[in-house]
Design a protein around this ligand. Structure first.
Ligand SMILES: [Zn+2]
Ligand SMILES: [Zn+2]
Length: 101
């Protein structure tokens, strides 16, 4: 049995179709999600000038520059009602409350 190890720290991966590389897998700096970038697919995504990276294209990712780490930290803090961390992140990213968690 083989075990596939997913390396989540790798930002770029090849998207292979019928043995041919047709694009790349990229990591969205805002939600931390992987998405495929296929040249010529005509999909409009977005570019964050602050992060200097391509975005996945989700509305909330296009609207606000809130790095994935901040989102995860915020979601975690809300889970345990850590007001100190919640306040800190809301101070740093005023729009973080508008994101759906
Ligand atoms: Zn995203
Ligand atoms: Zn950004």
């Amino acid at each position: 049995m083989s075990i596939a190890i997913h390396d989540s720290t790798r930002e770029d991966g090849a998207v292979v179709e019928n043995g041919r590389q047709v694009g790349r897998t990229l990591l969205c700096p805002h939600c931390g999600g992987h998405f495929h970038s296929i040249p010529g697919s005509g999909k409009k995504r977005g570019w964050c000038r602050a992060c200097n990276k391509v975005l996945c294209g989700k509305a909330s990712c296009l609207k606000y520059c809130i790095p994935a780490e901040g989102r995860f930290e915020y979601a975690e803090a809300r889970n345990v009602q850590n007001q100190k961390v919640i306040k800190k992140l809301e101070g740093r990213y005023p729009n973080i409350k508008d994101l759906a968690f």
